[in-house]
Design a protein around this ligand. Structure first.
Ligand code: ADP
Ligand code: ASP
Ligand code: MG
Length: 453
């Protein structure tokens, strides 16, 4: 059995929904179809909530526009005999949504829990439309079977419970099961939560893994995984095949094609992923499997995390470098901060590493706490922090042994006037990383792409 996931642009217009219908209806036998909210809707649901919280009545116009958009789509993709029912269901959801906004407007406050309920309406509505549009379609509500638990202040998937509930939900025969992506409920309180922006991919992976699907198909608006973000590198090429690890590295370094946590559940079950284009369904796309194939490209892609912060710990640590590194990494890992070691170009003594900017404040505090004794004795200086840098990742199997390429990349960047603040080569099997000033990241991506592809 196949699991298919259609992203926002794939379900965002009449034309694209017609493509979704023909893709799903051409499958023989059962399939599970995960859908996102209509393209751009999640952003608007959030923006409208902020408008209402700012006591601005224009939130009402936004609700009106959302209503019109959904009704227009229903009029154009749903058979006349079902149209009334679908409209009633969607209108009742929209009326509840409006009441949420009214409440936010009145109390001029937007708690996270309320925002989580508000954003859930996107997928709740799109899934009603897609289920009614597809022959043999039935809607299965992920609020019942995708469960999250609290982890510090985040909601993360409770994979064990979710797997159990998915198996139960799909134990009876079905033809085309339509599931809203992204949304979930807390395993203890039942409150509505979600899996994070882009999380429909993750819903699809959880379903695919629980049901031992033969393949997970991610249908989107590009022909597959490209060698770089096509919005920045216009001559990016299609990558026909890559491994789970390579895709995981590219996505955790900013390639938006797949939401990073998606890959773990299917990787674990060795279920291949194919990235396909809803607007060009006959294209072969990109296949992602556990090991490399003959004819694979050496480098699979280049991606960038735009908001990175570089840290440097200096002082009298040269004799204790190993210990400093492991204390730093342990302290940060306990709080879920992803770190990577960096070699500074100015070869300053001490240790340098980079984290996502969102984690920078926490990182600074953790370092000060972990090294409080050394800081007070003066054997270590206060952590140095450089904001507004970006990290570029060059990903492919065996990068660890490709030091020649690393040297060429650094040479190309410096020749083109781009200062590399730090780099990481040889530390990871699959990824080489370069830290550059944020304002230079697009240029750097293009230069590296021209060199490599
Ligand atoms: P969906 O709504 O289908 O989930 P997303 O917008 O989340 O789609 O992801 C697809 C987009 O990711 C593409 O339209 C493309 O602009 C962007 N993208 C970024 N990097 C890459 C890459 N390396 N290959 C393909 N697409 C990429
Ligand atoms: N609709 C959600 C978002 O825009 C989830 C998704 O599309 O995957 O983030
Ligand atoms: Mg996406």
């Amino acid at each position: 059995m196949k699991v298919l996931k259609f992203g926002g642009t794939s379900v965002g217009s009449i034309e694209s929904l017609k493509n979704v219908k023909s893709i799903v209806e051409s499958i023989n036998g059962p399939a599970v179809v995960i859908v996102s909210a209509l393209g751009g809707l999640t952003d608007r649901l959030i923006a409208t909530a902020k408008t209402a919280a700012a006591n601005d009545l224009t939130y009402l116009e936004e609700v009106e526009a959302m209503t019109e958009r959904h009704l227009n789509i229903i009029d154009n993709v749903i058979d006349e005999c079902n149209r009334r029912d679908v409209k009633d269901t969607v209108l009742s959801l929209l009326s509840n949504l409006k009441r949420m906004y009214d409440g936010v407007y009145l109390i001029r406050h937007l708690p996270q829990m309320t925002l989580d309920i508000i954003v859930s309406y996107g997928e709740r509505m799109s899934s009603v439309i897609v289920a009614a549009m597809i022959k043999g379609g039935s809607r299965h509500d992920s609020l019942k079977f995708v469960k999250t638990e609290k982890w510090y202040d985040k909601n993360i998937a409770d994979q064990k419970l979710t797997t159990h509930l998915i198996k139960e939900e799909f134990s009876k025969p079905f033809d085309k099961a339509i599931v809203p992506g992204f949304i979930s409920t807390d395993c203890k309180t039942g409150d509505i939560t979600n899996l994070g922006r882009g999380g429909s991919d993750f819903t699809a992976a959880l379903v695919a893994a629980a049901l031992d699907a033969e393949i997970l198909e991610i249908w989107t608006d590009v022909d597959g995984f490209l060698s770089a973000d096509p919005r920045i590198v216009s001559d990016a090429i299609l990558v026909p095949h890559m491994t789970f690890i390579e895709s995981m590295e590219l996505c955790s370094f900013g390639a938006k094609v797949i939401y990073p946590p998606t890959i773990y559940p299917v990787f674990h079950k060795n279920i291949p992923i194919r990235i396909l284009n809803t607007f060009n369904p006959s294209a072969k796309g990109t296949l992602i499997t556990d090991s490399s194939c003959e004819g694979d490209l050496n480098v699979k892609g280049i991606s960038a995390i735009r908001d990175t912060t570089l840290f440097h710990l200096g002082g009298n640590i040269s004799g204790k470098l190993k210990n400093t590194v492991s204390r730093t990494f342990n302290a940060l890992a306990k709080k879920g901060v992803k770190v990577f070691n960096v070699t500074r170009n100015d070869e300053k003594s001490g240790m340098s590493f980079a984290v996502a900017k969102a984690d920078a404040d926490v990182t600074y505090d953790l370092l000060c706490r972990e090294f409080a004794p050394e800081l007070s004795k003066g054997s270590l200086s206060l952590p140095e922090r450089i904001d507004n840098v970006a990290t570029i990742a060059v990903v492919g199997e065996n990068m660890k042994y490709n030091s020649r390429l690393g040297a060429r990349i650094r040479h190309t960047l410096s020749r083109d006037g781009i200062n590399v603040e730090g780099h990481s080569e040889g530390a990871s099997d699959t990824t080489m990383a370069y830290v550059v000033d944020s304002s230079k990241v697009d240029d750097a991506l293009r230069h590296i792409h021209t060199l490599v592809f």
